[in-house]
Ligand binder design. Structure first.
Ligand SMILES: [Zn+2]
Length: 485
């Protein structure tokens, strides 16, 4: 990084980040060992909100009814720049950091395998640096830092948008872990609707008088079969997948209640709604065939993440200033060993900024930040802390997340995030330009939440999957907490 042509504020922010590299690393590492599932991120949220509160942010907790959500605000007036990210883990993905064989920290426990712990470290590191730069540089404007729970259930941010938390925001920035520093504009991800279908029948003795029962599990199986047949006829860009969340209690009692939970994905919000509409017909058919009744509940519904051109260009300029991290021989060796073990292309870590293509490639993944990106100019950008070619939601993706690879990646990500935010905080013309290109990009599309009107978020999601493990996981929590200086 060549610091000679940095603005004073940017140099100050980058100095704060470098000076606090250890605190940033500890933020990510503490959250790694908390390993908390969506809506259960009590320790993670308390740690993050605590750091920001101590730093002078006004912290509001429990946004939109989510107990682990928070909004930390600093400053007043225009422009209003928002940072947002997630910090949840995944079920059954506990993995010891730095170990290249499947080695759970606590067997069967949740764990970070998508790097949301490092996302959190990047956001907190940037927020602290921005606060200091704003205070010392006399920068006016408002910084809003959103802690968004339960990304893995694509849950919270559509509710934040619906409830007006982004109404006054001018520009939003979302950091996410990846294999290299990258950013793009246009459609980045897909729309997703998450919904459960619950069937109700009647119990009977399955051995003595099964004809007296009405089997809710049969309805679940038939719904699954019905949508499996539909897969041939849906657009190749669509995806649907499910887990059976309730399947009866024991074989000799005909299940009177069974439930299947679906994610419906499509490149467009309309496409996801179409899939969901078809699924409701299949559910009706399954209920008719089994003489059951049924109901559905939407948990969340998100628009595809899109990147604004002006924001993407600004983030890219900061990536060029900050540069890609350089890795040690040990870090490359860890990456290569893991890539060999996982049977993917062995290339070690990437140390060069990739060419800027501008337009993003739309992926089938979804993120609950999608709705934010249709409300205000936004971009979701990637910082390098995951080992290239290692897919998320697999033990191998947990290996780097509390090592020096994650620590270096987080410092880089925090600088890019702080740098881009400062560009908008200090240049009203750039904010106006983002607003103009955003309106142009949206064309005739007017954003409306995909969430059903009056939808309440599922507040106790994942408690039963977290609590059995929490005490055993607590033994692995780090003693040292981040102290920003
Ligand atoms: Zn993610």
């Amino acid at each position: 990084m060549d610091g000679s042509n940095l603005t004073r504020e940017k140099r100050l922010a980058f100095e704060v980040i470098e000076r606090n590299a250890r605190a940033i690393a500890l933020t990510g590492d503490n959250i790694f060992y908390f390993g908390e599932l969506g809506n259960q991120e009590y320790e993670s949220a308390a740690l993050m909100a605590g750091v920001l509160e101590k730093e002078g942010f006004a912290v509001e907790r429990g946004l939109s009814g989510f107990p682990t959500a928070f909004l930390a605000t600093y400053g007043t007036g225009a422009p209003v720049i928002a940072l947002h990210t997630e910090f949840d883990a995944n079920p059954d993905n506990s993995q010891q950091a730095g170990v290249t064989e499947p080695t759970p920290i606590v067997d069967g426990a949740p764990g970070h395998c998508e790097g949301h712990n490092v996302n959190a470290a990047v956001m907190i590191g940037a927020a602290v640096a921005l606060r200091r730069a704003m205070a010392e540089g006399g920068i006016t404007g408002t910084l809003k830092v959103f802690g968004a729970p339960a990304e893995e259930q694509v849950l919270s941010r559509p509710y934040f948008v619906r409830d007006g938390y982004f109404d006054d925001v001018d520009v939003a920035l979302h950091p996410h872990i990846g294999p290299e520093l990258s950013v793009g504009h246009g459609l980045q991800q897909s729309a997703l609707i998450s919904a459960t279908f619950t069937f109700h029948g009647e119990t009977a003795h399955a051995g003595v008088a099964p004809w007296k029962g009405r089997d809710a599990l049969d309805a679940v199986v038939l719904m699954d079969a019905g949508l499996a047949q539909y897969r041939e006829h849906m657009a190749p860009t669509s995806r649907l997948h499910r887990t059976i969340t309730e399947g009866g209690l024991q074989p000799n009692v005909v299940p009177k209640r069974a439930q299947i939970w679906w994610y419906f994905r499509d490149p467009t919000a309309e496409g996801a709604e179409k899939l969901f509409g078809h699924a409701k017909k299949v559910a009706e058919g399954a209920a008719l065939m089994t003489n059951c009744t049924w109901e559905h509940a939407v948990l969340s519904a998100v628009w595809p993440t899109r990147g604004n051109r002006t924001v993407a260009d600004t983030v890219r300029r900061n990536m060029e200033i900050v540069g890609h991290p350089q890795w040690s021989d040990d870090e490359h060796a860890l990456a290569r060993t893991l890539q060999e073990r996982a049977g993917v292309t062995v290339e070690g870590l990437r140390d060069k900024l990739p060419p800027y293509r501008g337009e993003a490639r739309q992926r089938p993944s979804a993120n609950d930040g999608g709705d934010v990106s249709w409300k205000v100019p936004m971009v979701k950008f990637y910082f390098p802390a995951n080992i290239p070619n290692i897919g998320f939601h697999h033990w191998a993706a947990g290996v780097a997340l509390a090592t020096s690879i994650a620590h270096k990646g987080a410092v880089t990500g925090a600088k890019v995030l702080a740098g881009a935010a400062l560009d908008f905080l200090t240049d009203p013309a750039l904010v106006a330009e983002a607003g103009r290109t955003f309106a142009e990009e949206l064309g005739g599309v007017s954003y409306r939440p995909l969430l059903p009107v009056g939808q309440e978020p599922p507040k106790i999601l994942n408690r039963d999957k977290m609590e059995p493990f929490r005490e055993r996981m607590r033994a692995h929590y780090l003693a040292e907490k981040p102290e920003f200086v």
